[in-house]
Design a protein around this ligand. Structure first.
Ligand code: DGL
Length: 258
């Protein structure tokens, strides 16, 4: 089955590019369209209703570009809105959720840490999943302020280090051996996080799992592209400079109202 329509990927901002790069690496022949709703970031403090409305708006934009599948590259949007999206649109959606399962199953201390947005940690979907691992102690921490600093291009600021230390030290003291990054912005913080965590604590995010799942759905339901190679397209609705720089200035970014 061949299908040359693009894969759409959206996030509240630039963080979902961590998922997009895993998809682009695994499926280089697929055309991808990335939508950064930076104007409305962060989603993590918004109500479920607001997150659903923004997720629908992003979906409408990508469907108008003929996307064959949509990757919700945002834990907050997935955990709050994916069931509404699936109920309202006739197109496959792939979401991203905090990787509790591999962390809980491999933890020797039976204590794991999760850093995510308030919207994700308060969601029904997250809490249902967390309940399935009741033998593991899950230390939940809202990453207040982290997304905003990343969106503002302040990845390596002293303020970032201070915030990360205050969120991670209690987890270290509680003897976690896995830290789950439950927000697609946070993989960009791994170098700073590694400076704070002792070496034996493993960090996991869900980027590669989402890319593998995307490939499976293309194989089973949607169809692969038969192009040789395809240049991705990036849209953003605020200043494009930070998105460009997180992409190492390798791609053009289109600034557009949406
Ligand atoms: N990148 C998003 C996530 O994975 C949302 C961050 C935000 O906008 O608060 O949760």
């Amino acid at each position: 089955m061949t299908n040359n329509n693009p894969i759409g990927v959206f996030d509240s901002g630039i963080g979902g590019t961590s998922i997009w790069s895993a998809i682009h690496e695994l499926l280089p022949n697929e055309k991808t369209i990335y939508l950064a709703d930076s104007k409305n970031a962060p989603y993590g403090q918004k109500t479920k209703e607001e997150i659903v409305a923004l997720s629908k708006k992003n979906t409408d934009f990508l469907i108008a570009k003929n996307c064959k599948l949509i990757v919700v590259a945002c834990n907050t949007a997935t955990t709050n809105a994916i069931s509404e999206l699936r109920a309202n649109y006739d197109i496959p959606f792939i979401g991203i959720e905090p990787a509790i399962k591999p962390a809980a199953n491999n933890s020797k201390t039976q204590v794991i840490g999760i850093l995510a947005t308030k919207g994700t940690l308060n969601s029904e979907l997250f809490n249902k999943t967390a309940e399935m691992f009741h033998d593991t102690k899950i230390i939940e921490q809202v990453g207040h302020g982290l997304v905003q600093l990343i969106e503002d291009g302040n990845l390596n600021s002293p303020e970032m280090t201070q915030l990360l230390e205050s969120y991670l030290k209690p987890m270290i003291d509680a003897n976690i051996d896995y830290l789950v990054l439950g927000c697609s912005h946070y993989p960009y913080l791994i170098p700073q996080i590694k400076k704070i965590l002792p070496e034996h604590i493993q960090i996991i995010d869900s980027g590669e799992a989402v890319a593998r799942q995307t490939k499976n759905i293309l194989r089973e339901k949607v169809g692969f592209s038969d192009r040789e190679k395809s240049e991705p397209v990036f849209y953003v609705n605020s200043n494009p400079a930070v998105l460009k720089s997180i992409l190492n200035n390798k791609y053009d970014v289109i600034q557009k109202e949406f």
